[in-house]
Design a protein around this ligand. Structure first.
Ligand code: FEO
Length: 165
């Protein structure tokens, strides 16, 4: 595999790992706030990011690529509200999407059709993930500081996390 592309792929693996770590930190924040449903939903997101990370790992290994593991950055652990958590999550997903687009452009420029094909799955996945975060940000914006509304959404997300796991 082209060395520049190989490096870009394991950098993306690192970003997915960081997403898992960040969502776990968000889950812990919700646990401390007693929002058990939000905590479960974020934990489920964290698990999904680990699956994404492993997809990159398997792909790099399958392509006989060299792994160069780097440090995982420290996640943000303090937030001002559930809304601020999901806004940060949406920002993280947008960042991931941007990097996947860059990766695809690099794969095309290196005429690496296998990597181009491999990355297509992530394009679809990112549309879904951004949409989930966007919906929750929107709902939380409408709820504002209404405690009953927050508890209802917490319950709903907890149920959806347990359905998916
Ligand atoms: Fe794997 Fe949510 O980006």
């Amino acid at each position: 595999m082209n060395k520049q592309l190989e490096k870009a792929l394991y950098q993306q693996l690192n970003r997915e790992y960081f997403s898992a770590y960040q969502y776990l930190a968000m889950s812990a924040y919700f646990e401390h706030q007693s929002f058990k449903g939000f905590a479960s939903w974020m934990r489920r997101q964290s698990d999904e990011e680990m699956e994404h990370m492993m997809k990159y790992y398997t792909y790099i290994i399958d392509r006989d690529g060299e792994m160069a593991f780097e440090s995982i950055a420290k996640p943000i652990q303090k937030f001002s509200s559930p809304l601020s958590v999901f806004q940060a999550g949406l920002k993280q997903e947008k960042e991931i999407t941007k990097h996947i687009h860059n990766l695809i452009e690099l794969a095309i420029s290196k005429k690496d059709h296998a990597t181009h094909h491999f990355l297509q799955w992530f394009i679809t996945e990112q549309v879904e993930e951004e949409s989930s975060f966007k919906d929750i940000v929107h709902q939380l914006s409408l709820i504002g500081t209404n405690k009953a509304g927050l508890l209802m959404l917490d319950k709903k997300l907890g149920e959806s996390a347990s359905r998916e796991s």
